[in-house]
Design a protein around this ligand. Structure first.
Ligand code: URA
Length: 435
């Protein structure tokens, strides 16, 4: 009916594609009738010419409808999902999911694996031996019903068009375009059936969006798509100039999430968890004010219910929950190296991207989708922006498998830091909110 070459030409010249053209293109690409080389030319044309809001919504819905759309209506309560656009040290789901579920709000979540300098929730959860996110639709629903939480990987038939397109964008330098990111994320969120969505749009050098204006535009597009599809949607723009929390890797991040559920997490991480959590609780109708929501979250941590929920969640998905009781069982690599401060002063910069890259060099991240990762390597930062340091003090502890990989990581980590003689304020974590 259409010819792909004509659609590429149209987009290349900056024209908007019609709803029929977009639907035809996504259907054809999912079925394998449109080859990757034509679709990658289209993505590059979109990268330079952009898409209108109408095109973006049509693309999202076409990708949502390219596979199964989960029906969670059999589960009582307002099902909430949260999604982060990705960053370094982002172990939010592991702490926030159990906190919210322990308060009786059903959390039905789809998560991904890490790629490049960013980590992924699924890899982190697999630090619990036996843990699986390959859940059938029945088990996913059953777990949400019985224990209020389930985290599944993107199954082959959930938004398959996005799965194919994201992999293509990833290898053709077409990831960081706002309409493409928004439609990719929202197609999966809408297909996974929750009633309400809280979005964590990261901004900074460790995120897809490097400045607040772009992050707000991306958040606006995603919120409008969500609301247009009848889902309550709220977005927070959060800081990713430096890694979130202190731990970057897999086991080390699980450890930090457990500490947070024990009430001993890093302040910046806790702030982001609580900021997202309060909106999840309000959207679910569990709390009517922010103060009430925060008090509920503090209580569920203090009385041990949130940690108990993590235990239950890990066991329900086949993982060894004894690691929750005794996190010292989590594997840590044997070569331990301290990164020493080269001077006195205050930390004025700690770029997230090179820290994520250091974790990748250690083997804790994926250079390509097919790479295997090492759960035991990573780093624990001791000094972040605003902290005073003395020359020779440890900035960061590196856990590596070899002296060579440790050396490469140390060089990356040192390159991420800058220092100032003058006092430096701690950065703000939440820049803006929109709904
Ligand atoms: N995460 C996604 O799922 N898709 C994108 O395009 C970017 C981040």
């Amino acid at each position: 009916m259409f010819r792909m070459v004509d659609l590429i030409e149209k987009k290349k010249m900056g024209e908007a594609l019609s709803n029929e053209e977009i639907q035809w293109m996504i259907e054809g690409y999912t079925k394998g009738e449109i080859p990757d080389y034509q679709m990658s030319a289209m993505c590059m044309a979109i990268y330079f010419q952009g898409m209108t809001m109408e095109e973006t919504i049509t693309l999202t819905m076409a990708m949502r409808d390219s596979g199964d759309v989960l029906d969670l209506s059999g589960i009582s309560g307002v099902k909430v999902d949260k999604h982060s656009t990705g960053g370094v040290g982002d172990k939010t789901t592991m702490a926030l999911g159990p906190i919210i579920a322990s308060l009786g709000v059903p959390v039905a979540k789809m998560s991904g694996r890490g790629l490049g300098h960013t980590g992924g929730t699924i890899d982190k959860l697999e630090c619990f031996p036996g843990f699986t996110t390959a859940l059938s639709e029945e088990t996913f629903k059953e777990n949400v019903n019985n224990i209020q939480i389930a985290v599944a990987g993107q199954t082959a038939n959930l938004a398959p068009a996005d799965k194919k397109l994201y992999a293509l964008r990833d290898t053709t330098a077409c990831v960081n375009q706002k309409s493409l990111i928004a439609s990719s994320i929202m197609s999966k969120k809408l297909a996974s059936g929750s009633d309400a969505i809280v979005l964590d749009v990261k901004v900074g050098n460790g995120a897809f969006m490097e400045n607040a204006k772009d992050a707000e535009e991306l958040a606006r597009i995603m919120v409008d798509i969500g609301k247009g599809a009848g889902k309550q949607t709220h977005a927070l723009i959060t800081n990713m100039e430096q890694p979130l929390g202190y731990a970057v890797g897999n086991s080390v991040e699980v450890l930090e999430a457990i500490h947070t559920l024990q009430g001993n997490g890093p302040e910046d991480f806790r702030e982001v968890v609580f900021a997202l959590g309060k909106h999840m609780l309000m959207l679910a109708g569990k709390a009517s004010t922010e103060e009430e929501a925060i008090a509920m979250m503090e209580e569920t941590i203090a009385n041990g219910n949130a940690l108990k929920k993590l235990h239950e969640f890990v066991a329900a998905q086949g993982g060894d929950a004894s690691y929750v009781d005794d996190p010292s069982k989590l594997p840590l690599a044997e070569v331990v190296v301290e990164v020493e401060a080269p001077q006195d002063g205050y930390v004025s910069k700690l770029e997230a991207r090179p820290i994520g890259h250091a974790s990748m060099l250690l083997g804790g991240g994926r250079a390509t989708k097919e790479s295997d990762i090492d759960l035991a390597v990573g780093c624990i930062l001791h000094k972040k922006i605003g902290d005073p340091v003395k020359k020779g003090e440890s900035l960061c502890t590196v856990y590596a498998r070899s002296n060579e990989s440790a050396k490469a990581a140390v060089a990356e980590i040192l390159g991420a830091y800058e220092f100032s003689d003058a006092f430096v304020e701690k950065p703000k974590m939440i820049y803006a909110e929109l709904s």
